[in-house]
Design a protein around this ligand. Sequence first.
Ligand code: TYM
Length: 352
Amino acid sequence: MNEKEIVLSGIRATGNLHLGNYYGALSKFVKMQNDYDCMYFIADLHALTTTPDPEALHVNVRNILAEYLAAGVDPDKATIFVQSDVPEISEMYLLLNMHVGIGELMRTASFKDKARKQLGIKDDGQDIEKQIIGTDSNKRVNAGLLTYPTLMAVDILIQKAHKVPVGKDQEQHLELTRRFARRFNSFYGVDLFPEPVNFDFGGKPVKVPGLDGSGKMGKSEGNCIYLVDEEKVLRKKVMRAVTDEGPKEPNSPISEPVANLLTLMELTSAPETVQQFRDAYADCSIRYGDLKKQLAEDILKVTLPIRERYLDIVNDDAYIARVVKQGAERARERAAKTLAEVREIMGIRKFY
Ligand code: TYM
């Protein structure tokens, strides 16, 4: 019997990974692989909801696989797989959708956000339901975007995962997953799915800020530091990060752009270094040029070794193929078992 708790998490195949992905997810993947039964995947089906370019999708999947491996995910300790290599997920997605309400999906923050983007409208506080229903077929919100949380719940439930290391922005999706698990268990009077929880070593899940002064780091925000950024590019990005005009009097409250840089520093630098800059802000002696230089230095200590390994791995097709083939086999084994249980519970039984 398998005694270790099951951990599962994934990242969408929409581009290279940034520091938000790293501190929100990937760095935890690496730490957890020694103590848990870990399964990490590339969500290529989820990526289709926003990035339907076939060539880009395939390249993105390979790049992220290489980034997982370069960051230290070990295929001998963890199962690494591609979502679409497990067709059981797609079938269970159909089945679970029968127990999911359109209303609860439409209320999801990420759906509203991405639906607005697909329609090209700003968030003016208005409900977007009418706009979604009223749009013609050229300007549409795809149905896959609406059912995104069902697919994510299936990723988790089909492996019967207990812990799901993700960043703060994914908490609502996890909450829905728990709700769907409870609903399924209670509707059929079974005890099939555990209720999965987020996991973070430090306690609270992180939200990594961007370099543009406000909001989180995100691929679509253009405010990212990528794990594979070249040294020069990375330094330039950090040196150009938004700050403020500097504190005018001692012990002023820290403005958002500067607080964001200090948050990045807390993730990458030694605690004494962060304190030194906090003190300098408090007594008005802070020099943002120094802060940025130090920050770039400390980020590079994390990213450059990853970049080096990435460049070795990303063109090693044979190695990548071996890793995902082995991963797909392991992931399918568990998924097929759960799917068979779900079919039986829901009354989908064979006559032959
Ligand atoms: P995705 O691809 O948007 O993000 C991947 C992971 O990176 C985290 N993340 C961040 N964390 C902190 N600060 C940020 N600025 C930041 N930006 C991104 C996300 O929280 C996430 O952990 N729906 C998922 C993919 C997925 C999944 C799953 C995850 C599909 N099925 C099953 C776990 C379990 C997503 O869109 O991640």
